[in-house]
Ligand binder design. Structure first.
Ligand SMILES: [Zn+2]
Length: 123
């Protein structure tokens, strides 16, 4: 919990008010920090970009695309799935993964935009 505000001299009190108002609920900031922590790994981000462009892809194909071992991919997918960033879809013996978080999908457009679109273009 943040400590109670100290009495301190402010240079631009209105800017401080704007900052506090903009900050809003600190829980939201905490959730975003956790999301960014998951994304702050080149392997996981690579997998998310590959999944995005494949739309749906199984572990072994994803490993081939990303140049990673099946084990490393499975491990990363478990974490991404636990945090709701990807979802699994079983079809017979094959399990394919797809993006499951609209905001992360949008962020991936900034990492690797769809060819011929702006980063804000959607699927
Ligand atoms: Zn897209």
């Amino acid at each position: 919990m943040p400590s109670p505000p100290e009495r301190r001299r402010l240079i631009d009190a209105n800017r401080v008010d704007d900052a506090i108002e903009g900050l809003g609920d600190r829980e939201t900031v905490r959730e975003w920090a956790q999301r960014f922590a998951i994304l702050a790994d080149p392997s996981r981000l690579t997998l998310l970009v590959c999944i995005h462009y494949a739309k749906e892809i199984c572990v072994s194909d994803l490993a081939a695309a990303a140049g990673m071992s099946d084990t490393a991919v499975s491990q990363a997918l478990r974490l991404l799935r636990a945090h709701g960033l990807v979802a699994a879809h079983r079809e017979g013996r094959v399990v394919r993964y797809r993006l499951a978080d609209a905001t992360v999908h949008d962020l991936i457009h900034h990492v690797r935009p769809h060819p011929g679109t702006t980063p804000h273009g959607i699927d």
